[in-house]
Ligand binder design. Structure first.
Ligand code: PEP
Ligand code: MG
Length: 576
């Protein structure tokens, strides 16, 4: 038996069989072929190149016109490029290298000649991807997005990209997820929580230790992972699983009651979702609305771009199921760690690059499709629209102008839509939080996105396990920024919500109540414990707690104090 400890990333206990998924670049076998094998090796290479070109053509045909199609066309040309192909054949014939080795060598040689700057640097990344595809075909491997997990599968991976996670986790077969790399606020972790799949991230060498089919147990509350556990350990995990179920059932007794403190302050509890299929879970956990629908997931688990009709169907379905409760749909937040299948960022620093609102404003046609679908769907329920990562007023104004243009277009066509749709923004950068008073004058609501706000204000990559220990929501700087956001909203008379992961931790509930947030949006399963805290609390007491906490200076002191106070008040709920 092997015992590993990682970051608890999605609660719950899972016991199942290891299903390994490897996204690392294929380890390329390197060996010399015998002179008499040369021609069959060349034939193997030619067949893999042909398969790669065919695959790329098929994907491209399914895409229609557009930027992605152009990228794939370029990949197709590269795979077929005589320099690459002839060079690799020559290496097989003259140096007796096996085909995989020959391809890797040629990719490296061509790449070195290209240099790393600007346009040619991007071509280099494309060439790498093409090289990987040919090598995968040589080794007879399927792309991750087409593998089908077996029943009782616990996925064990070095790392799992968001697009792959979206396909695998939504298959309905996966019982749990363990990764060597990654952290709690990566989108893969968020997705696991949304789908209620227990998950441990950053578990060191899990992918090297666990073999396909091994028994594996993981606890997404503690971060514990056991490979090939003995009978007693399995029993211990099963008991923990039963206890968690019992706790949940007791919390759900308050499902239909509002989150009102003993002294009468109401906080609305909304849910974060990634798929329309999650709406029943929102209602089952007592969600009073959807506070964040991450629409970029429409783009992630597929090859082509979604049409206006597909957007419309997804939005209408959520609005109808939730009506008359409010549904906040966020315009797409592509970029960073969320990219469509087959796309890799060519930016040196994607988190600071062309993502979220910047990406959509740069691609107005793509944005127009989404805006039209949003407006059209507004007749089906209480729609609110939210723009991600607004850092400057100009971005908000530019986006509003695009909305206005789409409204006029729909009016001309005679297509109905609601006249008054609240338009809000996410505060995710320090600059926006500090300039909140000005931003508040030109929008209808705020939602604080703490996952990114913490990433950008503390300068911590949210997907990097090595700096995960620094990711601390109760840092004084973060609390002051949230305060600034709330104050800005109050001055302009608009609502201030929070939809980052910070909002779903019951240990933070009194701090957020005292800061004055009007609503909190979280994963559906987090709603009952947060509600229990709020319904047993008093705003006056929460304010005293916050004031005392903010008198400390270090994050250890603040966190230590808040946790100690919360454990005292809610021993059953706050267990860390
Ligand atoms: C956030 O940044 O807090 C947020 C809710 O958005 P996302 O996690 O999708 O970046
Ligand atoms: Mg964000």
């Amino acid at each position: 038996m092997a015992r590993l400890t990682g970051i608890p990333a999605s609660p719950g206990v899972a016991i199942g069989r290891v299903f390994p998924v490897d996204r690392r670049r294929a380890r390329v076998p390197r060996y010399h072929v015998q002179p008499e094998q040369v021609e069959s090796e060349v034939a193997r290479l030619d067949a893999a190149v042909k398969a790669s070109v065919d695959q790329l053509r098929q994907i491209r045909q399914s895409l229609g016109e557009g930027e992605q199609s152009a990228i794939l066309e370029a990949h197709g040309l590269m795979a077929d490029d005589p320099t690459l192909l002839e060079g690799a054949r020559l290496l097989i014939r003259e140096e007796l290298l096996n085909a995989e080795w020959a391809v890797r060598r040629m990719v490296r040689d061509i790449s070195e000649k290209m240099g790393s700057d600007g346009y040619l640097g991007e071509r280099r990344a494309d060439l790498d991807e093409v090289g990987d595809r040919i090598v995968h075909n040589l080794m007879g491997e399927q792309p991750v997005s087409t593998v089908v997990p077996g029943d009782e599968a616990v996925i064990v991976a070095y790392d799992l990209q968001t697009a792959d996670a979206a396909v695998l986790l939504s298959s309905g077969k996966v019982k749990g997820l363990v990764t060597d790399f990654g952290s709690k606020t990566s989108h893969t972790a968020i997705l696991a929580r949304a789908l209620e799949i227990p998950c441990v991230m950053g578990a060191g060498q899990a992918s090297e230790i666990a073999r396909a089919g091994d028994l594996i147990a993981l606890d997404g509350n503690t971060g514990e992972v056991l490979v090939s556990p003995d009978h007693d350990e399995v029993l211990r995990f099963e008991t923990a699983r039963a206890e968690a179920k019992f706790r949940e059932a007791s919390l759900l007794e308050e499902r239909d009651l509002a989150a009102i403190t003993l002294d009468g302050r109401r906080v609305f509890l909304h849910a974060n979702i990634e798929f329309p299929e999650e709406v029943p879970s929102v209602l089952a956990h007592g969600g009073e609305g959807v506070g964040l629908y991450r629409t970029e997931f429409l783009y992630l688990n597929r090859e082509g771009l979604p049409s206006e009709e597909e957007h419309y169907k997804a939005y209408a379905s959520i609005l109808k199921q939730m009506a008359p409760r409010p549904v906040t749909i966020r315009t797409l937040d592509l970029g960073g760690d969320k990219l469509p299948i087959g796309h890799r960022s060519h930016e040196p620093n994607p988190a600071l690059g062309l993502r979220a609102i910047r990406f959509t404003l740069k691609h107005p046609q793509l944005f127009r499709t989404q805006i039209r679908a949003l407006l059209r769907s507004s007749v089906h329920g209480e729609l609110r629209i939210m723009l991600p990562m607004i850092a400057a007023l100009d971005e908000l104004r530019e986006a509003k102008a695009l909305f206005e243009a789409a409204r006029q277009e729909l009016r001309r066509e005679g297509t109905p839509f609601a006249e008054k749709i609240p338009l809000g923004i996410m505060l995710e950068t320090p600059a926006a939080a500090l300039a909140a008073d000005r931003l508040a004058r030109e929008c209808d609501f705020f939602s604080v996105g703490t996952n990114d706000l913490i990433q950008y204000s503390l300068a911590i990559d949210r997907g990097n396990r090595d700096v995960a220990y620094l990711y601390r929501p109760l840092h004084l700087g973060v609390l002051r920024m949230v305060q600034s956001a709330v104050d800005g909203a109050k001055a302009a008379g608009i609502e201030c919500a929070m939809c980052g992961e910070m909002a779903g931790d019951p240990a933070h509930a009194l701090v957020l109540l005292a800061l004055g947030l009007d609503s909190l949006s979280m994963n559906p399963a987090d709603i009952p414990p947060v509600k229990r805290v709020l319904r047993s609390a008093e705003l006056r007491d929460a304010k005293e707690l916050l004031e005392a906490a903010m008198n400390y200076s270090t994050v250890d002191e603040i966190e230590g104090y808040v946790l100690e106070q919360m454990r005292k008040r809610f021993p059953q709920l706050i267990t860390r």
